[in-house]
Design a protein around this ligand. Structure first.
Ligand SMILES: N[C@@H](CCC(=O)N[C@@H](CS)C(=O)NCC(=O)O)C(=O)O
Length: 205
């Protein structure tokens, strides 16, 4: 039996969370190694790209969350077999990754500097990506991003939109998604209620 260990931060979000949900959906046992920020600080330089998530497969490390999402998504039946639908899935993965990239640029800032950077983010990249993701959802038929069913793309977008709606980023209004991309709010609710997602969080509580 293959041995899996996923190392990521100890919160239910970010780049690692869709991978955890998919492991559970696939019924595959894995070591869920959750790091505090200080713990990550201590091991950061020992990771290949100074970042997490890191998946160890029989002890061999693999990084890059989108590739990991595809890998575990295939094992869980949550990644399309059709090439075009797979491409749609990948497009959503890439868009979410881009938004993380822009959001992270504002981390570590304080006070007025943070406020200014976040307001610029809200009016700029975040608006662009929310509208773009809304487009991708419409292309998929309005309910899912690809394959007319739950895929890893839905899990990735769901995790990010949930975090924006919860107000985890100071100076990013919690009604931003509703104003710019209301379909993404409905999507978030749909995916949160999906049996795959409900089963995962029930298993954690
Ligand atoms: N392209 C990488 C990015 C990984 C990444 O930046 N991870 C963040 C956490 S979500 C991280 O570890 N940041 C720590 C740092 O930059 O010091 C991926 O998709 O896995």
């Amino acid at each position: 039996m293959t041995n899996y260990k996923l190392t990521y931060f100890d919160f239910d979000g970010g780049r690692g969370e869709p991978i955890r949900i998919a492991f559970h959906a696939a019924g595959i046992d894995f070591e869920d190694c959750r790091l505090s920020f200080p713990e990550f600080g201590e091991m950061r330089r020992d990771t290949r790209f100074n970042a997490v998530p890191v998946l160890e497969i029989d002890g061999a490390e693999v990084t890059q969350s989108n590739g990991l999402s595809r890998y575990i998504g295939k094992l869980a039946g949550l990644y399309p077999e059709d090439d075009l639908q797979a491409l749609y899935c990948d497009e959503a993965f890439g868009a979410v990754e881009d938004t993380y990239h822009h959001i992270v640029q504002t981390f570590g800032l304080q006070g007025d500097e943070l406020k200014e950077a976040r307001e610029k983010l809200v009016d700029g990249w975040l608006s662009v990506y929310l509208r773009g993701l809304d487009d991708l959802l419409s292309r998929g038929g309005g309910e899912y991003f690809a394959d007319s069913r739950l895929t890893m793309a839905d899990l990735k977008v769901f995790v990010q939109i949930r975090s924006l709606l919860a107000g985890t980023l100071d100076h990013v209004p919690t009604d931003l998604v509703e104003r710019l991309a209301p379909n993404l709010v409905e999507h978030q609710e749909r995916i949160e209620g999906d049996p795959v997602v409900v089963a995962y969080y029930s298993s954690r509580s």
